[in-house]
Ligand binder design. Structure first.
Ligand SMILES: Cc1cc2nc3c(=O)[nH]c(=O)nc-3n(C[C@H](O)[C@H](O)[C@H](O)COP(=O)(O)OP(=O)(O)OC[C@H]3O[C@@H](n4cnc5c(N)ncnc54)[C@H](O)[C@@H]3O)c2cc1C
Length: 384
């Protein structure tokens, strides 16, 4: 008998979960509240750990084709343009950069027809003797297990983890944009109190982000682009050019939040996954990557354990330590990268670290987060 799951949320975490379930022979229905899936968001990078998880989902090749190698961690610069560290010509990069919509599309295209339902907002999840029931726009759907991948403001977390605090504001804010500027190598410019990230993405575009501190969430400006220019318009090229090349209405301004460490990601036959479980500060570029890892580990546990309950316990035990320590590290990086007090020491350190040593640390196997190996999924679906 085919085993069935409901996945709440059709972001990167939800789609990765559905694909992972497909690979172990389950069926999944993905319920996504948005009426349609468009060019949402800006850019992101994926590290070797996430690329290995994507390979386990059978979409490594498509993902590589949708991404562009970026040297953002290798090219570290000061606002006047000086290099604190610099990639050498011909260096390989461990990171791939994407337009978020491109990576999302890779996952969506690999999903069996009919698994994704849009304009489907989940309001309630109930457990009864026969399994799980989800209420969604006046309909009821049933399955053996519910995976809540409904993002940082998860409805399922609010309902089933009533004691969990709401997302926590981290005192940082970010402006993001996509510009039609081709062939940039990727870089991070470290200024006092904030940093500017550039990733090359497909079709001759660049993704940029400026992250800095702010006193309170919700502060907005009539002209967001002019505000970024006012703050960092004198930084080295191509920063001013990139900002100017972004249409005003395409500049995204968001405040940075995370989810405080939860004591468990599971309740009965419900599991939280991705940002619903462990939304983190974006400074390590790991949030979506961790959600893809979650998906593979969850499916491996469902395939390997005798009961759903045992599988969810294994998922919780394996994923909580790793995701919560990654989130702690990301929070620390975010504070350090935007701290005026830490700026001078960080720049001094980066100028004296020998180049080969720095480059070793950002090689594919350079850190514990990137070295992660996925469990092997006992595949019942053809690899793409
Ligand atoms: C500025 C910034 C930069 C980032 N950069 C990176 C990066 O470089 N690399 C990286 O790996 N990560 C990065 N991240 C993190 C990454 O964006 C998230 O971790 C990732 O998108 C989480 O995916 P998700 O599927 O868990 O949640 P989401 O992407 O939030 O998806 C949740 C989905 O659930 C839907 N939904 C919500 N409620 C309901 C409901 N009740 N019923 C049905 N559907 C519902 C939503 O519409 C949405 O589609 C960054 C984040 C930010 C803010």
């Amino acid at each position: 008998m085919t085993r069935r799951a409901i996945v709440v949320g059709g972001g990167i975490g939800g789609l990765a979960t559905a694909l992972a379930l497909q690979r172990i022979g389950w069926q999944a229905t993905v319920l996504e509240r948005a009426p349609e899936l468009g060019e949402i968001g800006a850019g992101m990078s994926q590290a070797p750990n996430a690329m290995r998880a994507l390979a386990e989902l059978g979409v490594a090749e498509q993902a590589r084709a949708a991404g562009v190698p970026t040297h953002s961690s290798a090219n570290l610069r000061a606002p006047d343009g000086r290099y604190l560290q610099r990639a050498r010509p011909g260096d390989a990069s461990a990171l791939l950069a994407f337009h978020r919509a491109d990576l999302h599309r890779v996952l969506l295209e690999a999903l069996p027809a009919g698994w994704m339902r849009t304009a489907a907002e989940v309001t309630t999840v109930r457990q009864d003797v026969s399994g799980m029931t989800v209420e969604c726009d006046g309909m009821e759907l049933s399955a053996e297990v519910v995976i809540a991948a409904d993002g940082i403001r998860s409805t399922v977390r609010r309902q089933l983890w009533p004691d969990a605090p709401p997302p926590r504001f981290l005192g940082r804010t970010a402006w993001l944009g996509i510009s039609e500027v081709p062939d940039l190598p990727g870089s991070v410019t470290l200024g006092p109190g904030g940093y500017f990230l550039i990733h090359p993405i497909t079709r001759g575009r660049a993704y940029w982000a400026y992250v800095t501190t702010t006193d309170a969430p919700g502060i907005r400006y009539d002209q967001e682009k002019a505000e970024v220019v006012r703050r960092i318009g004198t930084w080295h090229e191509p920063i001013p050019a990139l900002i100017q090349a972004t249409p005003e209405n395409a500049v995204i301004h968001i405040d940075i939040h995370d989810v405080e460490a939860l004591p468990t990601y599971i309740r009965g036959r419900v599991a939280l996954l991705g940002d619903a479980a462990h939304a983190m500060s974006p400074d390590r570029g790991q949030g979506a990557g961790q959600s893809i890892e979650d998906a593979v580990v969850l499916a491996a546990a469902l395939a390997g354990e005798p009961t759903v309950e045992a599988a969810l316990r294994r998922y919780d035990a394996e994923r909580r330590p790793r995701t919560q320590s990654t989130a702690r590290g990301a929070g620390k990086d975010g504070r350090r990268l935007t701290s005026r007090a830490a700026h001078r020491a960080m720049v001094t350190m980066l100028r004296v670290v020998p180049g080969p040593l720095w480059r070793k640390g950002i090689a594919a196997d350079g850190n514990a987060t990137w070295r992660w190996q996925p469990p092997h999924l006992p595949s019942s679906a053809p690899r793409h």
